[in-house]
Write a protein that binds this ligand. Sequence first.
Ligand code: UDP
Ligand code: MG
Length: 317
Amino acid sequence: MDKISLIIPCYNEEESIPILYNELDRISNIMNYVEFGFFFIDDGSTDNTLTLLKKLNSNDSRVKYISFSRNFGKESAMYAGLSYVDGNYVAILDADMQDPPSLLPRLYQTIKQGDYNSVATRRITRAGEPRFRTICAKVFYKIMRKISKTNIVDGSRDFRLMDRKFVNSILSLKEFNRFTKGMYNWVGFKTTCIEYENVKRCAGKTKWSFIGLLTYSLEGIISYSTVPLIITSLIGLFFFILSLFFIIFIIFRQMIYHNSANGWASMTCIILLIGGIQLFSIGIIGQYLSQIYLEIKGRPHFIINETNVNVDKNVKK
Ligand code: UDP
Ligand code: MG
């Protein structure tokens, strides 16, 4: 019998977890032809998430949990989950029901019938989300597709069903700055995608601020593309060539009209422009440098405070 391990990153999700658990229990009853494991990652919650998980575990041995010592972010939570689950199929899903568990039977059927290594999901609408966020997300995916080789489609989720081979290949990417949506594409394998309409968060509030999302997307671009570096080099080259024309122009003006000292205003503008571009370019290089700095420190992705999983036995880190 196949075992599906579900990884659920939770950050202050005390309101959503009971709703999600009931739904998971219902789905697992329908899918009685597979074994289930519910693997909750408490990402440093400050509410009653952990107490709730312990209670669920005392009634249902399928519920496992890992609790972090502080908030490490969803990426770290997903990595911890992937590192310690034991199912031969694995899915990651949000605690707020925005990754509908009711899709699981279809995901399982698809992966089995099509002999796929992973079945992805993508929401085709973003109803219920702030308009500005939708527009920013669209722009991000457009830029990402243009400048990096990994093709991440708009609306694609972290939610997908993967086989063991796929999970192990994701785990073999050990970088500190993780962008799982990019990794899914990077590792390759036979994948298909299921589409669904957006579902609103069932309870509680979103954990992502606009600035948080912006930083996350910039990290995503930097992790998957060196095009920003190429663009800054091209801008540099452009201004170098332009300056050659200027030099020739000024020399001729001096020789013919003898008034090379004119134009301090335009000179100020040019200095400001070039200075700005230089700072901008240094900023971009700095971003890559800071990523290297974080990688080279080699710190763990997360620190476990409490768990009911034997983390020493199946260390895959
Ligand atoms: N999450 C997490 N750590 C964080 C932020 C979020 O584990 O630092 C979890 C959160 O509990 C939820 C999932 O990641 O299960 C998605 O978060 P959320 O629903 O707030 O994001 P949104 O759907 O609004 O993009
Ligand atoms: Mg959500």
